[in-house]
Design a protein around this ligand. Sequence first.
Ligand SMILES: CC(C)(COP(=O)(O)OP(=O)(O)OC[C@H]1O[C@@H](n2cnc3c(N)ncnc32)[C@H](O)[C@@H]1OP(=O)(O)O)[C@@H](O)C(=O)NCCC(=O)NCCS
Length: 145
Amino acid sequence: MQLDDLDIVVALEHEIFPDPWSYNAFKEQVEDEKWGGFVALSDNQIIGYACYYIAATESHLTNIAVTDDFRRKSVAKLLLDNIFKVVKEFQCEFLLLEVRPSNKSAISFYEKYDFKLLYQRPRYYHNPIEDALVMVHYFEYEMED
Ligand SMILES: CC(C)(COP(=O)(O)OP(=O)(O)OC[C@H]1O[C@@H](n2cnc3c(N)ncnc32)[C@H](O)[C@@H]1OP(=O)(O)O)[C@@H](O)C(=O)NCCC(=O)NCCS
């Protein structure tokens, strides 16, 4: 994800989420070396995106979304695979995320990729107000001699 992508990404974000991130929220992360993101393209059009944040040995999946027409075609899987690859290069121990308990499709997606429930954070989301499920995926590394 680069600055040039943000107009489209933010437009999609507003279509997909009731509590979308602003242009400036995306811009901040694109410009910060601890943050990063990927866009998925079809015929050179952005059809999905995902962002991460790395803090020492922690990593966070801050956002992931795919446009309606391209869902259930493994686009999110591809985005997540790329994020797994980057955060593992930084030797992160785990990848954390928040999800609304009502977002059953996202929860199914995360469970498929081995995210487990860590705890429920009360009233985390706004518009509408809702708890967050905090989920985590742990990475395993080979021990060196
Ligand atoms: C969650 C989301 C990103 C998944 O994207 P996607 O590209 O459709 O996901 P994939 O095709 O890679 O799905 C991989 C697997 O996840 C699971 N999955 C994905 N969507 C699912 C759904 N709606 N219901 C049940 N399982 C689902 C399935 O196991 C699926 O494998 P399968 O299609 O072979 O059965 C997409 O639904 C989305 O953009 N939702 C709106 C934005 C959002 O809620 N983001 C998460 C915020 S926390």
